[in-house]
Design a binder for this molecule. Sequence first.
Ligand SMILES: Nc1ncnc2c1ncn2[C@@H]1O[C@H](COP(=O)(O)OP(=O)(O)OP(=O)(O)O)[C@@H](O)[C@H]1O
Ligand SMILES: [Mg+2]
Length: 412
Amino acid sequence: MARDDNFIVSVDIGSRKTVVLLAEEVNGRLEVFGHGISESSGVKKGLINNVNQAAQAIKKAADEAYLSCNTDFHHVSVNISDPHLTVFNREGQIFIAGDEISEQDLDAAIKTARAVPTPTNKQVINSVSNCYTLDKDPITHQGVVVDQPIGQEAKTLEVAMHIVTVSNQCVNTIDQSIRTSGLGLHNIVLNSMASSEAYITQDEKDSGVCLIDIGAGVTNLSVFTKGGITYSAVIQNGGDQITQDISDAFDASFEEAERLKLKYGNAQVKSIREDGLIKFQQIDDSKGCEHYLSHQSLVEVIEQSYLSLFSKIRQNLKSQKLYRSLDSGFVLTGGASKMKDCDALLLSCFRIRAKQGCVNTDRITAERSILEPEYACALGLLLFEYEESDLRVIQEDNGSNIFGKIKEQFKF
Ligand SMILES: Nc1ncnc2c1ncn2[C@@H]1O[C@H](COP(=O)(O)OP(=O)(O)OP(=O)(O)O)[C@@H](O)[C@H]1O
Ligand SMILES: [Mg+2]
């Protein structure tokens, strides 16, 4: 891709920050060459509640991104974190008229799978093909599973798809915010799907893995089993709830609670070997008294707050019966996953492997600060868009291609 006509731009509208990244392909991987970051406004728990404010934050980040690389851009890919999303895993089967499967046959199978009855207030945003089966027997349900069906000889083709629908209202506010900021909306991608692009390997997807992106206002989950995505969810709880719990427990302002969290925080009380006193400011302390809290009591509040988030994750996974199919365990990302020992607490809570994720720099690279967990979604949006850049790209047999499986998108 040449920079002048073929770079990709992502916009991550988060509850805390809005990020704009520009990337181009260099020797088979994406390189981020421009970025801009602004404080979000008009966004609560992942949802835009004030279009004009959100647009201003987008514009600010976009202007900064322009200045960072002197490159003009218009069309962008944006994230969505709709707590009312619905996910379907559907199969579409068709008979093959000719000797071998053509691109048109594949299109027809995908269309059949995607033909889900959608309520009038919802729309399909992402649909991902997870698996192709040739000549599936209607009685035994056995067939030949292939990575790439085009050109193969078969009488029938079945495609298994993961389909995500979100509310029109949520899509409309994103569309309006992007347009009001002066940009054009090219694509909307589910936050958790985007974050997993940069963080999860194919081996992990094959053996079963759950990506957890703990942001400021929401926690996004994506579960992969047998190589493909099988479940996505949004929990309206994130790092800001941890700060709020500290603020409530010690009668401190949100800003003071955030300072305490970042400076002295740890997710596990057992990691605090020696207790000590921490000086802090209470709300409405007009007399200027000095206040102290014990380090251990601060960490107790933080641990309880993370455990309450983890129990929501557990309920979600249990309801989907996915809890036991995660051989590669949990991969953590998002700003609030940077809390010390967050992965250790998750491991002791679920008794399933848990690790702090890191960006797969064979696929995408950027300056160090952008490889931090809070940029997982913005980086993943770029990878998602890259794989889509020819609308649909077929994985090469030798596995050296960085493109993933065939994906279909709603294009704006
Ligand atoms: N070192 C750290 N330790 C603990 N928490 C942290 C750390 N750094 C950032 N956070 C928390 O991470 C959160 C911000 O994360 P992030 O930037 O991923 O959110 P966002 O993408 O803006 O929001 P969301 O995805 O929820 O809409 C804040 O709650 C912040 O307090
Ligand atoms: Mg986020």
